[in-house]
Design a binder for this molecule. Structure first.
Ligand SMILES: Cc1cc2nc3c(=O)[nH]c(=O)nc-3n(C[C@H](O)[C@H](O)[C@H](O)COP(=O)(O)OP(=O)(O)OC[C@H]3O[C@@H](n4cnc5c(N)ncnc54)[C@H](O)[C@@H]3O)c2cc1C
Ligand code: HEM
Length: 409
């Protein structure tokens, strides 16, 4: 048989029997997805308290991780039964990268699967017949098998044994960037070289907090200018409306000093610069600036003729971290433009615009590729403006500094 250009390869992932059951119950599960994951975590942590050192306790408190997991499982099931559903590949890749930065291992999928499927039974009760349970188990294991395969590929590529996913790095120095932002310059404490890092990638830092909790958080590698070191830049998260200050960012900001050792994962993340010579627009807000510096440094080092536009929004000029370092790296690029928006602008600052970022009037070259990083409402606004200006959606990439709830809202 000859395949025509439009024919899809006949990959039947889900058994026909399960496909019908999933089609009939996907709506029910979707409607209860948050309740299911809200049950799932407490029962899993009760049996496996060691997992509290891998999951973010704060995401648990705010429910963010529950929403991300729920959204991804339902979206995965839907695209299994609907060939016209949007591609799921980028969601899969994002999760796999996040998992590898945390050292997630294949055998842990059995634990998660057991508690997730038990939680489905608890929430949906009699609706979960043996047939329904089997079909959702099949969905879970299809998802799990694909993640495990992708994760083992990423571990192998990075040369990482997932049972020891971190290496010790010593804080060589701290750079106080603004009142609330500090950069930590880290060098390996085990004598091995710094791993290869693509611009825009992040590492997980595992921190032993006062009181005994151990917690990982992801931080973009904000500079690789010095090949024997890597730099992360941390904005201290201040609690608002009675919420506590961020645990790990506060600890790193207030307590970690030069000479201290932190556990750092291999670099992960798929927000990488396309290797073409198309112009780049980097549109960021707040802590999202940490993705800009490594990309600008990379372009200055490897493609100084490639046009780059940096657009950044912050509360005030004094909150704008890494500004001078970005401008310095950008000065080595032939065609580099820099725009800033501040919610309040100093009276003698004639270069910055007041208010929120508005890309409506910014000159954009043909075939521009955009990266955006910042709070979700900001990124939605950027994306909408760019789509309205005719930038194709596959030219717009984003990075979320938290569980990816983009698809969930
Ligand atoms: C890929 C990626 C890259 C990132 N890169 C960077 C970076 O370069 N620089 C950077 O600064 N950050 C970055 N982040 C964000 C970073 O990983 C952390 O999420 C951030 O530092 C906050 O962590 P924390 O432990 O300080 O806050 P957490 O303790 O995790 O708190 C997070 C929020 O939850 C709220 N909260 C916690 N507990 C409760 C509760 N009981 N009730 C109500 N609210 C509560 C807190 O007030 C806070 O607003 C990145 C994240 C990702 C996913
Ligand atoms: C099929 C099974 C699984 C699915 C569908 C899944 C899905 C997800 C999703 C959607 C995220 C958020 C990614 C983002 O940042 O956007 C995530 C994060 C995470 N996952 Fe998984 N996951 C699975 C299995 C596991 C397993 C087996 C473990 C290990 C016990 C695990 C541990 C974590 C942790 C620790 C995070 C970070 C969340 C946080 O810090 O709050 N996951 N996963």
């Amino acid at each position: 048989m000859t395949l025509t250009a439009t024919a899809r390869p006949a990959v039947q992932l889900l058994s026909p029997r399960s496909e019908a059951v999933i089609a009939a119950t996907a709506g029910l599960v979707a409607a209860h997805a948050e309740q299911i994951t809200a049950r799932f975590y407490p029962r899993m942590f009760a049996e496996r308290p060691e997992l509290l050192r891998v999951f973010s306790l704060s995401n648990q408190a705010t429910g963010e991780q529950s929403r991300a997991l729920a959204a991804s499982v339902v979206a995965y099931a839907v695209q299994l039964i609907d060939p016209s559903a949007p591609s799921f590949a980028h969601v899969m890749t994002r999760i796999a990268h996040k998992h590898t930065s945390l050292g997630i291992r294949p055998e842990q999928y059995t634990i998660v699967g057991h508690h997730l499927l038990a939680a489905v039974g608890e929430v949906l009760g009699d609706a979960v017949t043996a047939e329904v349970a089997d079909a959702w188990s099949e969905v879970y294991w299809l998802f799990a098998t694909q993640l495990i395969a992708e994760e083992s590929r990423l571990y192998a590529r990075a040369g990482v044994d997932p049972s020891t996913p971190t290496r010790p790095f010593r804080v060589a120095r701290r750079i106080e960037e603004t009142d609330n932002v500090v950069s930590l310059v880290l060098e390996p404490a085990d004598g091995a070289p710094v791993p290869d890092i693509e611009p825009g990638q992040y590492v997980s830092l595992f921190v032993d907090l006062p009181g005994g909790d151990r917690q990982p958080r992801q931080y973009t590698v904000s500079s690789t200018a010095v090949g024997t070191r890597l730099q992360v830049t941390i904005r201290k998260v201040l609690g608002t409306g009675g919420a506590p200050d961020g645990r790990v960012s506060s600890y790193l900001h207030d307590h970690v000093v030069a000479g201290d050792v932190v556990d750092v994962s291999a670099p992960a993340g798929d927000l990488v610069v396309p290797s073409s010579d198309s112009p780049l627009l980097l549109a960021t807000a707040g802590a999202g600036i940490t993705t800009v510096l490594p990309i600008v440094e990379h372009i200055a080092r490897t493609q100084p003729q490639r046009p780059v536009i940096v657009a950044h929004a912050d509360r005030t000029a004094s909150d704008h971290a890494l500004r001078e370092t970005v401008l310095h790296a950008g000065s080595q690029i032939d065609d580099f433009t820099h725009y800033t928006w501040y919610e309040s602008v100093d009276i003698d600052d004639h270069r910055s615009q007041a208010g929120l970022m508005d890309l409506g009037a910014v000159p954009l070259p043909d075939n521009v590729h955009a990266f955006t990083c910042g709070p979700l409402p900001f990124m939605r606004q950027v994306r909408t403006t760019l789509l309205n200006r005719g930038i194709p959606s596959d030219h717009i990439r984003y990075e979320v500094f938290g569980p990816d709830l983009w698809a969930a809202q």
